[in-house]
Write a protein that binds this ligand. Structure first.
Ligand code: WQD
Length: 327
């Protein structure tokens, strides 16, 4: 297949691009390079440009005979989205409208969308499945929920078929250590724990240890980035086979606490992780992890990597690339 991947030079995008090309697909990456890394791209053509540039997108799709699109490109900083909502509405929502109009103009009708477990907000019960109500608790999360609805309506009005993949907490790096997450840009737990362990930052701040969980810290579903990549390939195959529009959770179904992530890092990395317990972070759900049953039923996909695989691969990547891609 010929696949256009927006945001393909980013963290999850680059792992997905690598898998698609390894499986024999032809990939064209469209990335603004505001946060992307050229070094993260292996065997794929890069076009630097904006998803909202309709003539560019339509021309790219036509010239490369694009059959399917994977849409990662978006801003993803929850805190910033509350300070600068317009930036998120314009890029994540309006940008997607332009992108979809442009690919439709080129005859493309299949799209896989990078959504987020944050569309559920704090779930009423865990594990959370796709029948749970959507309660976005940030502009970022709402931008994902709105985009899912947009895609639904493009299905009704223009015959677009789409799969929205609701990622839980993406983490880890490629098994061969060639690509990973650039920690200079990340505010997520796993890269921050690595930074603390490898002496590139002070203590990791644990946001609260008085939650009603076994060790008092919050519980999340950490999912390996290469498992996410596999799910994107499965979603493209599903759409190519005529599958209907749907939204699916991508998680392992296993919750891990903040202290469990830190303990795994100390065990695997062999270095102590300096820890500072701080007050709770506003807006953090106590516990959220996926019921990934539907993704298995619809795509035949199941995560195959666990927390140790995540920490092992992340450790290998960060220890060898202490300055991220600048290394
Ligand atoms: C994980 C856990 C923190 C940093 C984010 C997005 C969400 C979705 C998944 C994309 C929490 C704790 C963190 C630190 C800590 N992504 N923590 N100290 O908030 O679960 O979800 O990724 O769509 O939309 O918001 O991820 O990595 O920030 O936090 O104690 O310095 O680690 O409290 O329990 P989060 P995270």
């Amino acid at each position: 297949m010929n696949v256009l991947v927006t945001g393909g030079a980013g963290y999850i995008g680059s792992h997905t691009v690598r898998l698609l090309t390894a499986e024999g697909h032809t990939v064209v990456v469209l990335d603004s390079m505001e946060f992307g890394h050229r070094a993260a791209l292996i065997d794929a053509e890069l076009v630097v440009g904006d998803i909202a540039d309709r003539p560019l997108v339509t021309e790219l799709c036509t010239r490369h005979q694009i059959e399917q699109v994977v849409h990662f490109a978006a801003y993803k900083n929850v805190g910033e989205s509350m300070q600068r909502p317009e930036k998120y509405w314009l890029n994540n929502v309006t940008g997607t409208v332009h992108l979809v109009e442009a690919v439709l103009a080129a005859g493309v009708r299949n799209l896989v969308f990078s959504s987020s477990c944050s569309v559920y907000g704090t779930p009423a019960s865990v594990p959370v499945d796709e029948s749970a109500a959507l309660h976005p608790e940030s502009v970022y999360a709402e931008s994902k929920a709105i985009t899912e609805r947009l895609l639904h309506w493009y299905g009704e009005t223009a015959g677009l078929r789409s799969v929205s993949l609701r990622y839980f907490n993406a983490a880890g790096a490629s098994a061969d250590g060639r690509i990973g997450e650039d920690w200079s840009q990340s505010l997520n737990l796993v890269p921050l724990v690595m930074k603390a362990a490898l002496g590139r930052a002070g203590a990791i701040k644990v946001f609260g240890n008085d939650y009603p969980t076994p060790d008092g810290t919050c519980i999340r579903d950490y999912i390996h980035v290469d498992d996410l990549a596999t799910a994107h390939l499965a979603a493209l195959t599903y759409l190519a086979g005529g599958g209907d529009t749907t939204a699916l959770n991508l998680g392992t179904g296993v919750g891990s606490s903040v202290l469990e992530v830190i303990a795994a890092t100390e065990r695997i990395g062999g270095l102590p992780v300096p820890v500072e317990i701080t007050p709770r972070r506003i807006g953090d759900p106590v516990s959220t992890y996926a019921d990934p049953t539907l993704a298995h039923e619809v795509l035949g996909w199941t995560a195959t990597r666990d927390l140790d695989d995540i920490i092992t691969s992340a450790w290998q990547w960060h220890a060898a690339n202490l300055d991220g891609y600048a290394s």
